[in-house]
Design a protein around this ligand. Structure first.
Ligand SMILES: Nc1ncnc2c1ncn2[C@@H]1O[C@H](COP(=O)(O)OP(=O)(O)OP(=O)(O)O)[C@@H](O)[C@H]1O
Length: 607
């Protein structure tokens, strides 16, 4: 995981050939449309030259010759050129949008597929909100690359070349004079371009921070945390600070643009003055016509604007490449947990689960598990007990390969789980966690997530077995009841039973169960317990046990301590050893035993 860069940073853009080639790869499927854009651009640049040239003829011929026919013809032609160029503009917009949006579409799909394949560790370390930023604003930014950078470059270059060519063709001396002003644009444009780029970069980072705060505090769990610790004020001021910083940067960014525009327009007005001055001189000398001077001034805008834009090209390219780079950084993170090339599909049914000397660590040099060895025979229940942080959840997470063991081997039915396809491994395992996740949809949709083609009877049978059918039928909308975000509208016990029904529908041969520690009321607890008993019937199960009844009925208990198995055996055997288990039993489970005895006594005593 060391090589993975989960944090975003806008590093120096890489303008290598490999990088540019990789970017070009995304444009390649649309080369035909791109060629069409180029053709349209060439036509528009030529059409744009016509009106000034026609004006020249109006001033030099139609007016002095008092030729009305010629005048109407020239004005009509000028109008025609303008309309044609407008129509081509519409076509170009369509092509631009088509190409940019298609690339965004392709990248979004690729990104989604890639993020799906990322390991759990990625999601435990990535900042909340960052994935959304990558998927939405970063990828959407790419759409501007085509219309903003590539088309801009081509159209400006074409405009510059055609205009400069025309000016030199009309009068080379005057053309040279108009070029005098050009260096005045270049320096401020470059400077402003890089200033704006720097501010834009900072803004992007600040926006990402702001999104992070929103995600963190306005998601359901974040919201609850904030409310229950009455941290609204603190979060509000944190948000306001981030918001103020972004706003200030955005104002700075647009102001940097304003000053730049002012400078450029001042310099741009020097050009026509020079033309009038020197052109006037040439006119007096009899070298040039009045129409030519007017046409020259009209064409100047088409000369200066592209110069300004092209000077910024480098910054634009840098910005575009940086955008691609941010996205490629994500694409380059190797999904660590993937199917081996020779992975086979198979069933887990009837196979024993065996850990052989398994070691694992989340962080280097801090082992979470060491030398874990045990065997869970098919159809038996293995209970994991041990103090908090001992490594119980970690052991269970290794079985469906949410993480891969660093050393040792885990086999099911004698086959290394790494030689099975992830699909067949995970299809064979049902995981019931304490933190039941239901998505915001109806109860039926949540249940059907386990098996898309389950029939109504299957659904009802699973819910009956999970002791939740009656409850669901009692709701006004029954199975169509919407459960709210994360199932917030249901009680803890109800959610657990629905999630058990969901696993029953999946019907996998292996069950991993994290028993809830949160206390449910007696009635609810009874139903949950019954549902769990049904779930575990005839299954190979690994249970993180918090209940006395579970450890008492377990076929094998593993006592986990400091990432190792301290003791293993059945309840009675372990009790007689007088070791870690005995100690734990006295502290954790002994109380439940006392409570049970009390409850029994009360039941038995006459009222
Ligand atoms: N994603 C993670 N990244 C880094 N360390 C982790 C991660 N998850 C767990 N740990 C650490 O690994 C150790 C074992 O955690 P684990 O969750 O397996 O314990 P546990 O026995 O299930 O505890 P509990 O009964 O409290 O749930 C703990 O020290 C924990 O801090």
């Amino acid at each position: 995981m060391g090589k993975m860069k989960f944090d975003d940073s806008l590093g120096k853009p890489d303008l290598s050939r490999a990088m540019l080639g990789r970017i070009a790869g995304y444009f390649l499927p649309y080369w035909k449309q791109a060629l069409a854009v180029l053709a349209v651009l060439s036509a528009t640049s030529v059409l744009g030259l016509l009106p000034p040239l026609l004006i020249q003829r109006i001033v030099d011929h139609a007016l002095p010759e008092k030729n009305l026919r010629l005048l109407v013809y020239l004005v009509g032609a000028s109008l025609g050129a303008t309309v044609a160029s407008g129509l081509l503009g519409v076509l170009q917009n369509y092509l631009n949008a088509y190409i940019s949006q298609s690339i965004v579409y392709d990248m979004k799909n690729q990104m989604y597929r890639h993020l799906q394949s990322m390991p759990l560790q990625f999601y435990t370390s990535v900042k909340q909100g960052e994935v959304i930023t990558r998927m939405t604003s970063d990828i959407s930014g790419i759409q501007g690359v085509f219309s903003g950078t590539i088309v801009n470059f081509a159209s400006n270059l074409l405009m510059l070349v055609t205009t400069a060519g025309t000016l030199f063709w009309m009068n080379w001396k005057l053309a040279l004079v108009s070029l005098f002003v050009v260096p005045l644009f270049v320096a401020p444009t470059r400077k402003m371009g890089s200033v704006r780029w720097k501010i834009a970069k900072e803004t992007q980072e600040k926006i990402s921070d702001q999104n992070h705060i929103i995600e963190e505090t306005l998601s359901l769990s974040g919201y609850m945390l904030m409310k229950l610790f009455t941290r609204e004020g603190r979060e509000r001021s944190r948000f306001m600070t981030a918001n103020a910083e972004t706003t200030a940067l955005q104002i700075r960014e647009s102001m940097a643009g304003r000053w730049f525009m002012m400078l450029v327009s001042t310099f741009a007005s020097i050009g026509p003055m020079l033309i009038y001055l020197y052109g006037g001189y040439l006119f007096i000398q009899g070298d040039i016509s009045v129409g030519a001077i007017i046409a020259f001034v009209a064409l100047l805008g088409r000369l200066y604007a592209p110069v300004g834009q092209l000077t910024n090209l480098y910054v634009d390219i840098k910005r575009s490449v940086a955008l691609f780079q941010r996205i490629f950084d994500y694409f380059d993170m190797e999904p660590k947990i993937a199917d081996a090339p020779d992975a086979v599909s198979g069933t887990l049914a009837g196979g024993s689960i065996e850990f052989r000397n398994v070691g694992f660590s989340y962080q280097p040099d801090k082992p979470a598990l060491q030398g874990i060895s045990f065997k869970a025979e098919p159809g038996t229940m293995t209970a994991l007990v041990g103090p908090s942080g001992a490594g119980k959840t970690t052991i269970t997470n290794l079985i469906p390969r949410l993480y891969d063991a660093d050393s040792g081997q885990i086999t099911i039915g004698g086959k290394d789980i790494r030689n099975l396809t992830l699909h067949s491994l995970r299809s064979g395992i049902g995981l019931v966690t304490q933190d039941t996740y239901l998505f915001n949809g109806t109860i039926r949709e949540n249940l059907m997530y386990a098996s898309e083609d389950a029939s109504e009877e299957d659904l009802i049978r699973a819910c009956q077995a999970a002791y939740i059918h009656e409850f669901i039928m009692g709701l006004p909308e029954g199975y169509e009841t919407v459960v709210g975000n994360r199932g917030i509208k249901l009680s803890g016990g109800e959610k657990q039973r629905i999630s058990i029904a969901r696993v029953l529908l999946k019907n996998p041969p292996v069950i991993i169960l994290d028993e809830a520690t949160s206390s449910l009321d007696t009635a609810s607890e009874f139903f949950v317990q019954q549902a769990m008993n049904v779930l575990l019937q005839d299954k190979t199960s690994i249970v993180i046990a918090h209940r006395l009844s579970t450890i008492m009925s377990a076929d094998r208990i593993l006592v986990v301590k400091d990432g190792q198995i301290a003791e293993q055996g059945r309840h009675e055997e372990l009790l007689t050893q007088n070791g870690v288990y005995k100690d734990l039993y006295d502290k954790q489970f002994g109380r439940q035993a006392v409570q049970r005895t009390h409850a029994k006594e009360e039941e038995g005593s006459p009222t």
